[in-house]
Design a protein around this ligand. Structure first.
Ligand code: ATP
Length: 307
């Protein structure tokens, strides 16, 4: 395969909307419930596939109904699920509570995502790809092994350091492209502003693309800022998954041979479309929608949410 291998998490997101938080021991009625695909790995795989890339997903789900639904959902997106292993743990879930005051409370149970084995078929999939994309929702030992294997085979590595914590330098050094958001970059670098953080991280990783929400992104390399990317103005409905859309579409562009500037423009356009709709993976745009936004035809991006 010359395409993208995504090694990451796949979760079933269980979203309950309710008026207020629950007190210990209390039962209340919620106003709605939605179960949909989630996990940063799955999200980035979907973003890249919808943008036109050939994508193989290396992941793990349980032998349960959620696992069946996630696999078939990925397949329906045209993603190769041959390396999505069914393991003896429940499928990962994220229990997301949204209260009427707009606050989120999230509990993630990693379940099958905690599996840390990289087998020969996974290694072959990585070595055959042009790009390996990882996030930090799988065990770090697995990520280090996969990134080192990719590097040894000339595969470009792309890392989203989320959820971030200190002590990740070994992983950062194996990133050809590092895509942190502002908070992650400041935590990882110890710097107090975005530009200094991007510059500091680019001394460890290759190209750093630091995303800053509606303020766009800063790109740094070899200890200096090389360019900035403006966010694309839009009516914001739900920013969940903005970063995953940006990263998936950026890698799709790079894998197609686009120059970095062009791939970044497409990523910003795609993320703007995603934040104008409700949901994460379900809100991600197709290649046609991204092209239309880049051409300034905003009428092509007014489709309604799927839930
Ligand atoms: P999330 O955790 O919500 O997925 P993130 O924190 O990883 O997001 P952000 O830096 O918030 O990532 O956003 C990534 C990119 O998405 C930005 O660089 C920008 O291009 C786009 N984006 C995010 N928010 C907006 C917005 N309000 N308007 C337009 N574009 C946005």
């Amino acid at each position: 395969m010359s395409g993208i291998a995504v090694l990451g998490s796949a979760n079933m997101d269980l979203v309950v909307r309710q008026e207020r938080r629950v007190e210990p021991g209390e039962t209340i009625f919620g106003s709605s419930f939605h179960a949909g695909p989630g996990g940063k790995g799955l999200n980035q795989a979907v973003a890249a596939a919808r943008a036109g890339a050939t994508v193989a997903f290396i992941g793990a789900v349980g032998a349960d109904d959620f696992g069946v639904r996630l696999r078939s959902w990925l397949s329906a997106e045209g993603i190769d699920v041959g390396r999505v292993r069914i393991v003896d743990e429940p499928t990962g879930i994220a229990q997301i509570t949204v209260t009427d005051d707009g606050e989120n409370a999230i509990v993630v149970v990693a379940g099958a995502n905690a599996r840390s084995v990289l087998d020969d078929a996974d290694r072959e999939t990585i070595a055959a790809a042009s790009h390996l994309v990882v996030q930090l929702e799988r065990p770090e030992s697995l990520l280090l092994e996969a990134l080192a294997h990719a590097r040894a085979h000339g595969v470009t590595t792309v890392v989203t350091p989320a959820p971030a914590h200190e002590g990740l330098d070994d992983i950062l050094r194996l990133a050809d492209v590092l895509v942190p958001n502002e908070g992650e970059a400041m935590l990882l670098s110890g710097e107090a502003d975005a530009e200094s953080a991007a510059v500091a991280l680019s001394r460890l990783a290759g190209t750093v693309v630091l995303t800053r929400g509606r303020h766009g992104a800063i790109v740094a390399r070899d200890g200096a800022v090389v360019t900035t990317v403006a966010a694309v103005a839009t009516d914001v409905v739900d920013t969940t998954g903005a970063g995953d859309t940006f990263t998936g579409v950026l890698v799709a562009g790079l894998a197609a041979g686009d120059a970095l500037d062009r791939a970044l423009e497409a990523a910003a356009a795609a993320a703007a479309i995603a934040v104008s709709r409700r949901g994460a993976a379900e809100a991600m745009p197709t290649a046609d929608e991204i092209a239309a936004r880049l051409a300034g035809r905003s009428d092509a991006t007014t489709s309604t949410p799927t839930d």
